[in-house]
Design a protein around this ligand. Structure first.
Ligand code: SAM
Ligand code: 2KA
Ligand code: SF4
Ligand code: MG
Length: 215
C-alpha cells in the first residue's frame, strides 16, 4: 500500500542507548523482522501491529514536540516505506536515528539520518546475515554497534574492529553486553585490558523501567 507502514508502537522516553543516550526521544517501532537474534528484547514487534498512514505517524510524532526521533523495530528497513518516513522526519526538522540490524542494505537511507547499525556477533545466531558492504555507507555521523553475549563474541568483535579498520572510520564504535547475560563489569575489564578504541554502553532504560514495552 502506498505511504503506509506497519507499526507496533510510538512512545516518548529517554533514549537508553547510543550517542544520544539520556535525551528525550520519540520512538517509532515498526513491526516485523527477518532475523531472530537469540537474545532479542523486542520479540513483541515481530508480528501484529497495525497499518498506519505515513502522515498519521508524522502527526503523532509532532504531538510530542521532540527534538530526537528514533526509528526502530523489528527491522525498520524491512519495510520499503521506512525510507520515505525517515526522509519526512528529517524534513520536519527532527534529529533522526535509525536502529538497524546490519542485515539489510543501508545505501538509500537519507544522509541526514544517524544510522545505528549492529554487526551481529555469533552469540546472536544471526552473524551470517551481516552485510559487510554496508560498512562503506557508514559515515562520521553514524554509529556501529556490537552487542555481546560472551567472551567468544568479544573476541569476534575485536577481530572485526582490527580487520575492517573500524576504529578509523569515524563515527561511534559501541560495545554493549547482552542485558542480563554478559556481566557488564567483565566487558568493561576486557575493554580496558585490551585498550580497545570503543565506547561501552549499557541499556539505561532497562535500569529505569525494566523490560516493559513502551519505555
Ligand atoms: C531491538 S533492535 C531493533 C533494531 C534492529 N532490528 C537491530 O537489531 O538493530 C535495537 C537494538 O537493541 C539491541 N538489543 C536487542 N536485544 C538486546 C539485549 N537483550 N541486550 C542488549 N541489546 C539488545 C539490538 O542489538 C539493537 O542494537
Ligand atoms: N528507552 C529506550 N531506548 C531505546 N533505544 C533503543 C531501543 C530499541 O528498542 O530499539 C530503545 C527502547 O526500547 N527504549
Ligand atoms: S535484528 Fe533486531 S529486532 Fe530483529 S531479532 Fe535481532 S535484535 Fe531483534
Ligand atoms: Mg528496546
Amino acid at each position: 500500500m502506498a505511504d503506509t507502514l506497519r507499526l507496533t508502537e510510538i512512545f516518548y522516553s529517554l533514549q537508553g542507548e547510543t550517542r544520544t543516550m539520556g535525551l528525550p526521544t520519540v520512538f517509532v517501532r515498526l513491526t516485523g523482522c527477518p532475523l531472530r537474534c537469540t537474545w532479542c528484547d523486542s520479540e513483541y514487534s515481530f508480528h501484529g501491529g497495525s497499518i498506519h498512514a505515513l502522515d498519521d505517524i508524522l502527526a503523532e510524532v509532532a504531538g510530542y514536540r521532540p527534538r530526537y526521533v528514533t526509528v526502530t523495530g523489528g527491522e525498520p528497513l524491512a519495510q520499503p516505506n521506512a525510507l520515505p518516513l525517515m526522509r519526512a522526519l528529517c524534513d520536519a526538522g527532527y534529529e533522526v536515528n535509525l536502529e538497524t540490524s546490519g542485515a539489510l542494505d543501508i545505501a538509500e537511507v537519507d544522509p541526514r539520518v544517524s544510522k545505528v547499525m549492529d554487526l551481529k556477533a555469533p552469540g546472536s545466531g544471526e552473524h551470517a546475515r551481516n552485510r559487510f558492504d554496508n560498512l562503506m555507507h557508514m559515515g562520521p555521523n553514524d554509529q556501529l554497534k556490537f552487542v555481546l553475549a560472551d567472551r567468544v563474541d568479544y573476541e569476534w568483535a575485536r577481530m572485526q574492529i582490527d580487520q575492517h579498520g573500524l576504529a578509523d572510520k569515524g563515527g561511534e564504535l559501541l560495545l554493549s553486553p547482552v542485558h542480563g547475560q554478559l556481566n557488564p563489569r567483565e566487558l568493561a575489564d576486557w575493554i580496558v585490558a585490551d585498550n580497545l578504541p570503543v565506547r561501552m554502553q549499557l541499556q539505561m532504560h532497562k535500569y529505569l523501567w525494566g523490560e516493559e514495552p513502551g519505555h
